[in-house]
Design a protein around this ligand. Sequence first.
Ligand code: NAD
Length: 446
Amino acid sequence: MNITVIGAGYVGLVTGACFAELGNHVTCVDINKERIDLLKTGVLPIYEPGLDTLVVTNIEAGRLEFATTLNELTVEPRIIFIAVGTPSDETGSADMRYVLEAARNIGATLKNDCIIVDKSTVPVGMADQVKYCIQQELDRRGISIVFDVVSNPEFLREGAAINDFMQPDRIILGHTSEHAKAIMLELYTPILRSNPEKIYFMNVKDAEMTKYAANAMLATKISFMNEMSVLCERLGVDIENVRIGIGSDSRIGSSFIFPGCGYGGSCFPKDVKALIKIAEENNIDPVVLRAVEERNYQQKFILPNKARQLFGDDLSDIKIGVWGLSFKPGTDDMREASSLVLLQQLIAHRATVQAYDPVSMPMAKHILPPEWFHSGRIILSEHQYDAVKEVDALILVTEWKPFCYPDLALMKKLMRRYIVLDGRNQYDPQHMKEAEFEYYGIGRGQ
Ligand code: NAD
């Protein structure tokens, strides 16, 4: 099948590369020329495990192409995916300008009957607006083309995106015509072969809402556990035992109940915000969602506040090592990462920071304020153990695997003071104590 994917970011690129891998001809279109130029040479602008091989193999096989505009397509698509960003606008609503721009471009260039697929996370009713925009452009051109707009939200997790795409828990498909349903089913057949019941058909608005509800539910689980961790700490209770205790209840389940220093990323924060706005615009008071967001906001201050409790408000003479900058392991994505709040707070209180992340250092160089580097307030270390040289404390923010079993003996040789603040409860407090570290986790009852 000929497919076009508009937007070559984390979702668009994975979608394009995976469908190409399944034998389709795919063109990924992105307005970011720098990004497309890199991709044409087989260089990835983002980090996602396994994606580089998939992209290069499919470029070489002639199944994957890249372009900056829809005018450059060499073949007419049967399906066009919209996978552009939907960030928060200044009010917290999902900013639809990229989706609508993509829709206008489709209407301005479409030549044949086609299925348009909203893969971006969009508010309920957006498919109708996309349809309206495309139709307006077709009317302007005075041509008649039959097209359907379907909703097919994406549930992949950065860091495990290829596996999630190829072996999804479910595929949600909101459609209004049997024709669109049949074509989408044909497209997904190779993915569904071992599990045909994993596709759920529904109407378009239900599909749009399913995506928001899924992310809001996951964010709620995290914020709930984070709130429990704060309470546990005050009561002298170990949240990790509580987590294991409640996770064994099949009604609760063990996933997404790990307490920590807050959720980040390109999805949960903006999607919870957008859902709050959607509720408010419809005269519903989103009390649960607001609490989820507020808890997450507060949670991101736990580590810097703990550092200030230990060292005082003026951190001028304090050097802190930070392990992990990405919002979670397996990605270079730092959007809304907890590390950003930590760094901002430490530097605002005049600390010096030595940070290390296995893959996010180029991203950090790109997005952190240049004055932090010029003033020497932050140094990006070459190696995880360089980041702990002469530090007064190590703060673990992202639970990358290389941080799981640190060389404590080496750390004691390098660190000025043996203090560890563990934002993801990676270490055993007893073990750390035996190794003569002053250890602070999240809700460990100290
Ligand atoms: P991203 O920011 O990584 O990529 C978006 C890309 O779209 C950018 O490269 C941008 O240049 C491009 N773009 C913007 N306007 C364009 C236009 N008019 N024409 C062509 N390209 C255009 O975004 P992402 O993380 O891939 O997310 C895309 C959508 O998928 C969002 O709605 C997001 O909420 C949703 N989503 C993301 C994830 C995730 O883990 N990142 C998971 C599920 C769903």
